[in-house]
Ligand binder design. Structure first.
Ligand SMILES: [Zn+2]
Length: 291
């Protein structure tokens, strides 16, 4: 009960009932958006008429995001992405490719290898279990995550390859062939925060491989906002294939949508021969983009 009355919650309550709420789209800043539904007593969900981004109002700011992912999320959310393994278990975990502890990245790695990708940034890398798997496959791999404690843990075990501040990557002049981001873009206040960095560090002809909860899929259509990944305290943004088509239409040479889990050989073949622009029905939407 005490936690309910902290400063951040007080600000949320004030924002939720403010008549001066800023309802512009957090990505394209259009003022034209439609009400989708109420997802909690303190917030509702809107869809931008222009870029099709689905966002929660009141909007989340980066300050809250940093506070939340450094402290509250890491403490309350028990999952591989945030729980740090014990230092003494790391040798065994590396030997077993983090079996039972973290997601197996091999389908994503095979797909990127099929596109001759030699270097990758894992955006939202947590403590670096994905970066480690990418580098074991022969790629040059780095990662970025907002949570400094996880980044420091990863750097102790994997070398100096993780960052918590985009400026640190830019200052080193690092460029990559590809950017991978799995179940991260729905957690940030605006896609621009990620896309601005992508634009600065991706080599010409580079590749993006993104995965987010599929808010244009079967579950989202059937259950709407009752489908948990659609919108929650930890998901201020929700995505459909329409948004990515709109966001990358001008700069991309190829965009391909598919669902996860997937067969990397099949998806590579489809990407190269007949890219799919339609929304898949599965719960997780993957987007493969080549520039
Ligand atoms: Zn918009």
């Amino acid at each position: 009960m005490k936690a309910l009355f902290n400063r951040n919650n007080a600000l949320r309550i004030m924002k939720a009932f403010s008549p001066f709420q800023d309802l512009r789209c957090p990505f394209c800043h259009s003022g034209e958006s439609r009400y989708v539904g109420r997802n909690s007593p303190l917030s509702h969900v809107r869809i931008c008429d222009s870029c099709k981004l689905i966002f929660r109002a009141p909007k989340q700011d980066m300050g809250f995001n940093e506070y939340f992912y450094q402290k509250a999320y890491a403490e309350s959310h028990h999952g591989a992405a945030t729980d740090l393994p014990k230092d003494e278990d790391m040798a065994r975990l590396k030997d077993t490719h983090f079996e039972g502890y973290a997601k197996d990245f091999s389908p994503y790695i095979s797909l990127l290898q099929g596109l001759n990708v030699r270097s990758v940034l894992d955006y939202g890398c947590a403590w670096g279990y994905g970066v480690y798997q990418f580098s074991q496959s022969g790629m040059k791999a780095i990662g970025i995550d907002v949570a400094q404690d996880r980044v420091e843990f990863g750097n102790r075990h994997f070398g100096d390859v993780l960052f918590y501040d985009p400026e640190m990557i830019l200052a080193r002049g690092i460029k990559v062939d590809s950017i991978f981001s799995r179940q991260v873009l729905e957690h940030i206040p605006s896609p621009s925060i990620a896309f601005d960095l992508f634009g600065k560090i991706l080599n010409p002809g580079g590749t993006l491989l993104l995965e987010v909860p599929n808010c244009g899929g079967r579950k989202a259509k059937e259950m709407g906002l009752k489908w948990k990944p659609f919108s929650s305290l930890v998901h201020p943004l929700s995505y459909t294939s329409e948004f990515f088509l709109e966001a990358f239409r001008e700069k991309a040479t190829t965009i391909h949508f598919f669902e996860s889990p997937f067969d990397p050989e099949v998806e590579l073949e489809r990407f190269l021969r007949a890219p799919n622009h339609l929304s898949p029905e599965g719960s997780d939407l993957c987007v493969l983009v080549q520039f």
